[in-house]
Design a protein around this ligand. Structure first.
Ligand code: GDP
Ligand code: GDP
Length: 458
């Protein structure tokens, strides 16, 4: 059994490009001739273990000479009727146009579930469009670059809840032995993960001690360190073992070299970090004890979370701190104020130079990695949601209560849950946040992003 995904959106947002990518074609029918009548294109798509039929509505705008809006409305309505889920595509570079809003209104009223996709998000120019797109009231946009093939994993993740169960590749009720009454660190680890190395990235501002940490961890002078920030170094990816676990370290060093010299150091460090964050499972954010969690540190921390990675903070140069109690309080305050939405991030104070507390740091990495891989059986999740609904049901919206049907974990790394409700748009954001926090607390998932996807479901 397959399911059908339709691509909708105004002309030029990239529907055909996405269609070609999903259908695995090099280039089909990008038709520049005005007035050409074209049938809907549909093709089988196989992406990230997911199989579905993709339908493209591009090109139909040329069929008649009605107003553009009228034509769009008609074809979109027809396409929606046949689909299990619609991808509403906007051009993040162009921002939200009146025609996009028109579409959004149409789509909000449809019975077909809609996922918002912000295309053309490669590079920085797309950010305004991403933020604007929240106004459309269709939830979080999925950032994508159809042309460059970026963001496909997130797209697949978002589509997963709509796939018929046999197509998801996920084992529904596999119990990994997780027992909520046992502290996280003491949980048995899932068998399958031991074979793969844990990919760790070490990120942070220049001069906080990343290279020194790398050297200490590996016990060798592999990486040059020095007091001058931004020294040129080689890219490094090293495998090593610690307590029978395999690790792979990826470092930003060397990638720096390729960056243009006229870029500001700050921008550069962030872009640099992003690349390495995407390669990692767990990201160790190294901060300097003398300047704890400044703006740039927090930017990187947020990036780690928004990229769905597990985060551990290493407060380095702890050997230089006199008032340790005060320094720790500062860290806690900053975390609470700026990263409060992700409770329980592991903070380890270390001295990379002296090799102090590196075992504690690696313990923290392992622990966080295990949480990131956590799978919670659907039966437990549904018991949980029943309890929540009993004690703290969603608020009434215009006199009616949104019906929450069930919840299931669609993915690990990070733990991602789909909540099926009759009217996803009527579930207030504050309540969604409440659920996410409650879920995190109930199943003990500190320090990792926990994602709750709202899905329309019977
Ligand atoms: P459609 O009319 O919605 O089917 O849009 P097309 O797929 O024909 O794309 C319109 C234009 O946007 C073309 O010039 C594409 O090359 C371009 N485009 C599509 N996807 C991307 C992307 O991810 N990034 C950028 N920068 N351009 C894109
Ligand atoms: P990177 O730019 O983040 O890779 O930083 P480096 O590893 O090159 O370190 C920058 C400077 O901080 C060097 O002079 C290190 O010797 C020093 N440093 C690194 N870790 C520590 C530490 O734990 N304690 C102290 N006192 N100095 C450190």
């Amino acid at each position: 059994m397959s399911f059908t995904v339709v691509l909708v959106g105004r002309p030029n947002v990239g529907k055909s490009t996405l269609f070609n990518r999903l259908a695995g074609k090099k280039l089909a029918l990008v038709d520049d001739t005005p007035g050409v009548t074209r049938d809907w294109r549909s093709a089988p798509a196989h992406v990230g273990g997911l199989s579905f039929t993709v339908v493209d509505t591009a090109g139909l705008e040329d069929v008649t000479d009605d107003s553009l809006e009228a034509r769009m409305r008609r074809q979109t309505e027809q396409a929606l009727e046949r689909a299990d889920v619609a991808l509403f595509i906007i051009d993040a570079r162009a921002g939200i146009t009146p025609l996009d809003r028109h579409f959004a209104n149409l789509l909000r009223r449809s019975k077909t579930p809609v996922l918002l996709v912000a295309n053309k998000t490669e590079g920085k120019a797309s950010q305004p469009g991403m933020f604007e797109s929240y106004e459309l009231g269709l939830g979080d946009p999925i950032p994508l670059s159809a042309e460059h093939g970026e963001g496909m994993a997130d797209l697949v993740e978002a589509l997963l809840p709509y796939a018929p169960p046999e197509d998801t590749g996920e084992v529904e009720e596999k119990d990994d032995g997780f027992d909520p009454s046992i502290p996280v660190g003491d949980q048995p680890e899932p068998e399958e993960d031991r074979s793969k190395p844990i990919q760790i990235a070490i990120v942070g501002r220049p001069n906080v001690g990343k290279s020194t940490l790398l050297n200490s961890l590996l016990g060798e002078e592999r990486v040059l360190t020095g007091p001058e920030a931004g020294m040129t170094r080689d890219a490094i990816s090293v495998d090593w073992e610690w307590r029978d676990r395999r690790f792979k370290l990826v470092d930003t060093a060397g990638m720096r070299r390729r960056a243009r010299v006229d870029e500001k150091v700050e921008k550069l460090a962030v872009a640099d970090s992003l690349r390495v964050i995407r390669m990692a499972n767990v990201v160790v954010l190294v901060v300097d004890a003398a300047a704890i969690l400044d703006k740039q540190d927090l930017t990187i921390a947020r990036l780690v979370i928004s990229e769905g990675r597990a985060l551990v903070i290493a407060v380095n140069k702890w050997d230089t701190v006199d008032d340790r109690a005060m320094a720790l309080r500062q860290v806690e305050d900053k975390l609470q104020a700026s990263l409060g939405y992700i409770k329980g991030v592991k903070v380890v104070t270390i001295s990379a130079l002296k090799g102090h507390k590196l075992d504690t740091l690696l313990d923290g990495v392992l622990e966080t990695y295990n949480v990131w891989n956590r799978r919670i059986p659907t039966a437990q999740l549904n018991r949980w949601i029943e309890g929540v609904l009993e004690h703290h049901p969603p608020p009434l919206v215009e006199g009616r209560r949104v019906k929450i049907r069930y919840v299931t974990q669609v993915k690990t790394r990070p733990p991602t849950f789909a909540l099926f409700v009759n009217k996803p748009l009527d579930l207030p954001e504050s309540y969604q946040r409440y659920l996410t926090t409650h879920l995190r607390d109930s199943f003990d998932m500190p320090g990792v992003p926990v994602r709750l996807l709202l899905r329309k479901g019977k």
